[in-house]
Design a protein around this ligand. Structure first.
Ligand SMILES: [Zn+2]
Ligand SMILES: [Zn+2]
Length: 200
């Protein structure tokens, strides 16, 4: 038997159209991939806050392993990575114009350019130009424009990565820097959850 009926939409579909599940009799879920994805999207939408919290916790706990496996994949499959990038740009032509949109975050360039005019939100370093310009910091457990937190100098940006993982390195050993970084994180967390239409 290499097809079965979806428990949700009742269509008979090939087994490959059902997600794998070790705890099911035939090793596949009862609902088809399309129905499972639809249900998951609805669940995420209805539970945005807790889903985001879980995503963040999961990301924090698995960050290093995930980054390493992604980097390994990119290295071993350069062609697939290039092709998937090309497919994505074709499917999302709105992100194609690099002059207008920050390609990874989907934020308008004019917004990021405006942010980069501000001093570093942790150490107060004034804006810089060209090669050492400030970084747009975003919540790595999310994607899209709403993941943008603020603007940080290159040093604080990488320092914050260490700090969030509970590691001390360079400036992140300084208690005053830590206090400022914590205040920064708190400020942006609060902004996110206080925003009534976050994620819309
Ligand atoms: Zn279905
Ligand atoms: Zn800084």
């Amino acid at each position: 038997m290499n097809e079965k009926r979806c428990s949700q939409c009742s269509l008979v579909r090939p087994l490959t159209e059902f997600h794998r599940a070790n705890n099911c009799k035939d090793g596949r879920r009862g609902d088809c991939k399309a129905c499972a994805c639809k249900a998951q999207r609805a669940h995420r939408k209805a539970n945005l806050e807790s889903v985001r919290r879980d995503d963040r916790a999961y990301y924090a706990a698995n960050r290093e392993a995930k980054c390493a496996s992604k980097a390994r994949y990119r290295e071993e499959n350069p062609d697939a990575v290039r092709e998937s990038g090309a497919r994505h740009r074709k499917a999302h032509p709105e992100t194609r114009d690099a002059a207008q949109v920050h390609c990874r975050l989907g934020v308008l360039r004019e917004v990021t350019a405006e942010l980069r005019q501000r001093p570093c939100e942790i150490c107060g370093l004034p804006p810089r130009s060209n090669a050492r310009q400030h970084h747009i910091d975003h919540d790595h457990s999310m994607n899209g424009p709403e993941s943008v937190r603020g603007v940080l100098c290159a040093g604080c940006n990488s320092g914050l990565g260490y700090h969030e993982r509970g590691k001390a390195w360079g400036r992140t050993k300084c208690p005053a820097w830590q206090a400022s970084a914590d205040a920064y994180l708190e400020r942006h967390q609060i902004q996110l959850s206080a925003s009534p239409d976050a994620g819309q």
